[in-house]
Design a protein around this ligand. Structure first.
Ligand SMILES: C[S@@+](CC[C@H](N)C(=O)[O-])C[C@H]1O[C@@H](n2cnc3c(N)ncnc32)[C@H](O)[C@@H]1O
Length: 386
């Protein structure tokens, strides 16, 4: 069976690598999505393990669509009772890019009408629509003159891992934070520091990578659990196998922020995620804090001066560059920023560059290698005892 895993623009290659590492056969890389072949066991694994997937969709029909009538008929032709019962609620979501349709809401309504009519004509009654937390989610995608109907095996977006109990301003999406860690290639072989951690998303996703914790192991519900072919025993085995693969970390993750409220939020989130034993927290101002001892990796998502205002963005990014040069000799550093002008003030040559999207914001994710300069280090912190 072919499935589609969706993601953010810029993370498609990383998602394809994750799928291959999981043992799935990647068929095609699209914009914001990757196609792959999987059986039911792989579908469950994909929902549990993929760090950079937003949803995993099962295509159920593909058709030409040039008119309302064609859309309605294509949706009506599906044997919906194979997929869900009268007693289950459903919702239709749409994404369109079409010369014939302008309103995605209208397209969703047309598909909803066809589903309701099909049930009524077959069973004399209809299932209810529920927009918030429906049992079954159906997606209609129209691209040009091609329509696709898909079932959502994930339910709520997979970025909802279940660990975010506290938040701060401008938190990163969990899928994007995981993507940053995977792009960096870091797997726990050195210390990692996020010196502007906000609610701790990068630190948590990094800890889960290093400790080989499946990102959605704490999540309570998935769409496929409401499907007619749900195999509860297989799902339990999939989760147990994931838990058996977890490992200890040998290095520390440091999560610092200048705001005590951010560190309090991070504390709550790392506890909920079950990674608090791997993360050292500190209320610290980046500029005036020496680097943790030993070389390692910095991943930082500073304010962009968009949602989080800063007095002088150019001076702030100059400070980041100067501090990295002064204090982080021997480290590698990655900066994610949506402020393309300000990031130029870092004053270091980027060794690697990626373009990613934080919601609608076009962001740069740049890597810098820090060779020169005088290094200031904190007192040595002993490695985690096993
Ligand atoms: C864009 S937010 C980080 C969001 C975070 N990645 C998350 O997922 O929640 C930037 C953070 O930088 C912190 N910050 C700003 N200036 C700082 C400084 N000089 N030193 C340390 N942290 C700072 C802010 O308090 C804020 O929490």
């Amino acid at each position: 069976m072919e499935y589609i895993a969706t993601t953010f623009q810029g993370l498609e290659e990383i998602l394809a690598k994750e799928l291959t590492a999981l043992g799935a056969e990647v068929t095609q890389i699209y914009t914001r999505a990757v196609g792959f072949i999987a059986d039911k066991a792989m579908l469950y694994k994909a929902n549990l393990h993929l760090r950079t997937a937003i949803r995993i969709l099962q295509p159920i029909s593909r058709f030409d669509v040039n008119s309302d009538q064609q859309l309605y008929q294509a949706a009506y032709d599906i044997n919906w009772t194979d997929y869900f019962d009268l007693s289950q609620t459903f919702a239709v979501q749409s994404a369109i890019h079409s010369p014939y349709f302008n309103h995605s809401q209208y397209v969703a309504l047309k598909v909803k009408d066809a589903i309701v009519d099909k049930f009524r004509n077959k069973l004399g009654s209809r299932p209810n629509v529920r927009l918030d937390n429906p049992d079954v989610r159906i997606h209609i995608h129209i691209s040009g003159t091609t329509g696709s109907l898909l079932l959502d095996s994930s339910g709520e977006s997979l970025h909802k891992r279940g660990y975010r109990v506290a938040t701060t301003e401008a938190p990163l999406n969990e899928v994007l934070a995981a993507g940053l860690v995977l792009i960096s290639g870091w797997k726990g072989e050195t210390n990692l520091i996020d010196p502007m951690c906000g609610s701790g998303t990068i630190a948590i996703e990094a800890a889960m990578v290093a400790a080989n914790i499946a990102p959605n192991i704490n999540r309570q519900s998935f769409g496929f659990q409401r499907w007619k072919d749900y195999d509860a025993e297989l799902w339990e085995q999939t989760k147990q196998a994931a838990i058996a693969q977890q490992r200890d970390m040998e290095h520390w993750i440091y999560a610092h922020d200048v705001l005590p409220s951010a560190i309090e939020a991070t504390k709550q989130n790392i506890e909920k995620a079950g990674v608090d034993e791997f993360v050292k927290l500190g209320v610290k101002d980046f500029e005036h804090t020496p680097a943790p001892a030993g070389a390692g990796l910095v991943i930082v998502n500073p304010p962009y001066d968009l949602r989080l205002p800063i007095d002088d963005a150019n001076a702030f990014y100059r400070m980041i560059g100067d501090t990295l040069k002064k204090n982080y000799n021997g480290y590698k550093a990655w900066i994610l920023s949506g402020n393309k002008d300000a990031i130029k003030n870092v004053g270091l040559k980027a060794a690697r560059r990626h373009t990613l999207y934080n919601g609608p914001v076009d962001c740069k994710f740049y890597q810098y290698e820090l060779y020169s300069g005088k290094k200031k280090v904190e007192e040595e912190v002993p490695a985690i005892e096993k």
